[in-house]
Design a protein around this ligand. Structure first.
Ligand code: G1P
Length: 901
């Protein structure tokens, strides 16, 4: 039997003896800020943000090193002390022997239950962990059962070490910051309120209280406490061998205070006599609050075991309903995996890119590109707030087309660059359009393009090329005009500036300069002369699509003019001599930038929309053609691909080298997606990718071949071991975008292969060693790395919904054009998807009784609720927005019949 198996259609899975696998952890969190990571032995950590860790922050290597996890001990008279979480020196010594506790982990969205049974102690424990919706706490609910034939005398003790400070203090004054601790015992537990916090903000008065409380399932208070670590472990003891527990020593009563010690939420409950088969339960509540006085009320909200169960059920329903897309491809494993993949964007919204053990960098939050891409899946699942999110995010764009890179905690807040260090990632300009385009398609809300937003302003000017000495913080963080008024421009204007400025910022080969890096953060050592052909393709694709959108606005919606900032005129020059001339382009950009260094005119100009569309199209076509002419690499007749980069010495990076073939996936993805690659070229790219990059067992398409060189003239990625992370791993995000691009171009078999290989590798637990989901990447041995928090989640789901099942918006209408492979229909030839569109619920069923493959089938009939026949345009079934709006609030059945074309 597979080590991991699903037990329902909600994604709930279970695994036996999970502690026998390394590096496993599970996320549980809520919407109020608390974020936890849990190992099978309940190690991991709990935090609200970088400066507020309740448990000591852990990186992956700590998962098997640290003993300071959550523990729950049962001192059993006559036998010793059993750790119900399996974290004891005794159990460690029994590991991998026949005496090891039997254990099983079951988990679903935001909850984990570990059951463990000991032969020696004849006890069974079932420990459920979750973060309830109502309070900012983690709950650990322990149910104990006597499995023996005789009654047992048991004294239970919860023991959760309280770090109670900033993650910075792990190696920066760990001891001194313990001296700040003020520890108290209360009726229910232990609180720690440090006097000060020491972190990157300096030394400040602290107002957070960290607490660990406990109550029995019947509502009884604990009897005493172990609030101080050194007293608890005893001289020479450890968390895995706490001498107080082993000796069942008395703790201290409530109402005691301690200063300057490492703290522990040590909570001893009264001794009980548990008869055979009798059960008892305990609830441990761990949290961080500014209102110390609310702690008791929180505890009392979970006064009885039933209250905990009810809170768990509410939490369960909440997260299940959030992931409101369900799939049926006839493969339950895969459909369940897709539920986890669809859940991953929620996790990244909460955890950012920082707060799980592999993600041991950053200080929380997400970067600019992640912010936008995570919106993609929200547009499918939870579009309600996305409009505002998009508008707020545009406030981060500068007038020079770059953007703020430090993103505040509150939506739409951006911070000035620290210490005037410019960081320009050249890909940043492409993501807002991709998200906005999807938004417009899904909602039909073209008006968003006319909405206005301010521009971000800080010390940086000229795309990071200089500092605006006239700016100081009193100016504020919003661009002003000559009158000192905050200037607001339309969303369309923001988009234009992002693309036009990039268009002119070219290097020696007339592709857009790489600057600090592009999507690949680790291509970061070619700032002077590097160029990213890959993202030049992406900009070209966007410019083309933007021009197509403008034409639709003119033709279908009667827009004739758009109002733009006067200075933009400079960037709208449109002639091929200019496009061909690297120096002239640079000068033109400089002309614009020098006009926008400090304040801008604030004057506006009207531009005819048709003219603007033609202008953008010309630029897009010029870029694509230039790349086709200069970057195509072909030696073998049936192989070929595009060079993706130029290094800092101005040399192309890919091709046939002494050290072997050098090929990178990124350039191919955007060449395909942007239609820079012609169909014949896509065929050759696929062949080459299969030849040089594909390795089935480790997830499929790698990011690059082995360059066998430390290319310090390109990026730190070459310092990473080959096959790890950005250096040639199967990096899910790019592999999924590769699949997406192929589907868009109707290379369905090829796209399916890329998507499915990733999923197969993820689900092959014996190799991937991860819980269900798509990891950021697979390493050289196929282990899934950096689980949960990856942009691949959003893109995977987007690709499955809008390309594979082919349900997507077209300026508000619902268009259905399936690209399902034969394998994705069940034994009767059906495939189904449940999703929301335009605030209505739909169940779409595809019927393919002849079991035809893609390419063989066409839509022969399409109906909604058995009556309304859908328009069938060029093989796409269409349900217009008006009809959708008139539908009731029940689930609507769309049936798509597929027959021979
Ligand atoms: C991560 C980052 C993303 C970056 C990528 C490649 O990818 O979050 O911004 O573009 O590495 O360097 P992810 O974890 O989203 O797959």
């Amino acid at each position: 039997m597979e080590a991991i198996h699903f037990i329902d259609k909600d994604g709930t899975f279970s695994i036996t003896q999970p502690e026998n696998y390394s590096y496993l952890y599970f996320p549980i969190a809520g919407e109020n800020g608390l974020k936890s990571a849990l190992t099978p032995n309940l190690g991991g950590d709990i935090k609200a943000n970088q400066n507020a860790f309740l448990m000591e922050p852990v990186s992956v290597e700590n998962l098997h090193n640290n003993r300071s996890g959550r523990n729950f001990w049962c001192h059993v008279e006559g036998l010793g002390a059993w750790s119900a979480v399996g974290a004891s020196a005794e159990e460690e010594s029994r590991k991998f022997t026949k005496d090891q506790d039997n254990s099983e982990l079951t988990a679903g969205f935001m909850w984990q239950t570990v059951s463990r049974q000991s032969d020696k102690y004849q006890l069974k424990a079932k420990i459920t962990s979750f973060v309830p919706l109502e309070h900012n706490v983690e709950i650990m609910h322990v149910e104990l059962c006597n499995m023996g034939k005789t009654a047992q005398t048991i004294t239970p003790t919860a023991a959760i070490p309280i770090f109670g400070r900033s993650a910075d203090n792990i190696r920066d004054h760990r001891h001194v910051t313990a001296l700040l601790h003020r520890i108290k015992t209360t009726d229910y537990g232990v609180t720690v309120k440090p006097t000060l916090s020491f972190d990157e903000r300096g030394h400040r008065k602290n107002d957070l209280t960290y607490f660990v409380c406990g109550i029995t399932g019947a509502g009884e208070k604990p009897i005493d406490f172990y609030p101080v670590t050194e007293d608890y472990i005893g001289e020479g003891g450890s968390y895995a061998h706490p001498r107080t527990v082993l000796q069942n020593k008395q703790g201290v009563p409530s109402g005691k205070c301690y200063e300057g010690k490492e703290a522990l939420g040590g909570i001893r409950f009264s001794t009980i006599v548990l008869k055979p088969e009798e059960s008892v339960s305990y609830t441990v509540i761990m949290g961080i609050t500014q209102q110390e006085e609310e702690i008791e009320d929180i505890v009392l909200a979970y006064v009885k075991a039933e209250k905990v169960k009810e809170a768990q059920a509410r939490m369960h329903d909440y997260w299940q309903s959030k992931v409101n897309v369900r799939y049926d491809t006839g493969n339950e494993q895969y459909d369940n995996l897709l539920r986890w993949v669809s859940f991953q964007p929620f996790l990244r919204r909460i955890y950012g890119c920082s707060f799980l053990p592999y993600h041991d960098y950053g200080r929380g939050g997400r970067g600019w590109r992640d912010l936008w891409q995570d919106c993609l899946s929200l547009l499918i699942m939870d579009p309600g707030d996305v409009r505002q999110m998009i508008l707020d995010n545009y406030g981060g764009v500068r007038i020079d087309g770059t953007n703020a890179t430090i993103i505040g905690e509150k939506q739409g807040t951006f911070l000035a660059d620290r210490n005037g260090i410019a960081r320009v990632w050249m890909d940043h300009g492409v993501w807002p359009f991709m998200t906005t385009k999807l938004y417009i398609d899904q909602t039909g809300d073209i008006e968003i393009l006319k909405e206005s937003a301010a521009y971000f302003k800080d010390e940086q000017m000229q795309r990071g090329g200089g500092l605006d000495t006239q700016w100081d913080p009193s100016y504020g963080l919003k661009q002003k005009d000559e009158n000192g008024t905050v200037y607001e421009g339309s969303i369309l204007e923001h988009l234009l500036l992002e693309h036009l400025c990039a268009f002119y910022e070219v290097g020696a080969h007339n592709h857009i300069r790489l600057r600090g890096a592009d999507w690949n953060d680790a291509i970061d050592m070619a700032a002077e002369n590097g160029e990213s052909v890959a993202f030049t393709c992406a900009y070209a694709g966007n410019l083309r699509q933007l021009s197509e959108l403008l034409l639709i606005l003119e033709e279908k919606f009667g827009w004739s003019q758009v109002e733009l900032l006067e200075e933009i005129q400079v960037l709208l020059d449109d002639n091929v001599q200019l496009y061909d001339d690297v120096t002239a382009k640079g000068e033109l950009l400089q002309k614009y930038l020098s006009r926008c260094q400090h304040n801008i005119s604030g004057r506006r100009t009207q531009v005819p929309i048709g003219e603007l569309a033609a202008n953008l199209k010309n630029k897009a076509e010029w870029m694509a053609e230039h790349i086709r002419k200069t970057e195509w690499i072909e030696k073998e007749t049936d192989e070929g691909w595009f060079n993706s980069y130029y290094d800092n010495d101005g040399a192309p990076v890919e091709g046939y080298f002494e050290q072997g073939v050098r090929m990178m996936l990124t350039g191919q993805v955007f060449a395909i997606m942007s239609k820079t690659a012609q169909d014949s070229q896509v065929h050759k790219i696929c062949k080459s990718a299969d030849h040089y990059l594909y390795q089935k067992e480790i997830g499929g398409y790698r990011l690059n071949t082995d360059f066998h060189e430390l290319k310090f003239n390109l990026g730190r990625m070459f310092g990473f071991a080959y096959g790890e992370k950005e250096n040639g791993a199967v990096f899910s995000h790019m592999t999924v975008m590769y699949a997406n691009a192929l589907y868009q171009r109707r290379f369905v078999d090829e796209g399916y292969k890329a998507l499915q290989t990733l999923a197969d590798a993820a689900m092959n637990f014996e190799v991937s060693r991860i819980y269900p989901g798509i990891p950021e990447y697979f390493n050289g041995s196929g282990r899934g790395m950096y689980p949960y928090l990856t942009g691949a989640g959003s893109w995977y789901m987007l690709t499955v919904v809008t390309e594979v099942f082919g349900v997507r918006g077209e300026i508000g209408d619902m268009a259905i054009c399936p690209k399902l492979c034969k394998e994705q229909f069940d034994s009767e030839g059906n495939a189904q998807i449940w999703l929301r569109f335009a605030q209505k619920e739909f169940h779409v069923t595809y019927k393919n009784p002849l079991k035809l493959s893609y390419g063989e089938y066409a839509i022969t009939k399409a109906t909604c609720d058995g009556q309304t026949e859908l328009a069938n345009l060029d093989g796409t079934a269409l349900l217009d927005r008006k009809t959708i709006a008139s539908l009731s609030d029940t689930v609507h059945e769309i049936e798509i019949e597929l027959g021979r074309r």
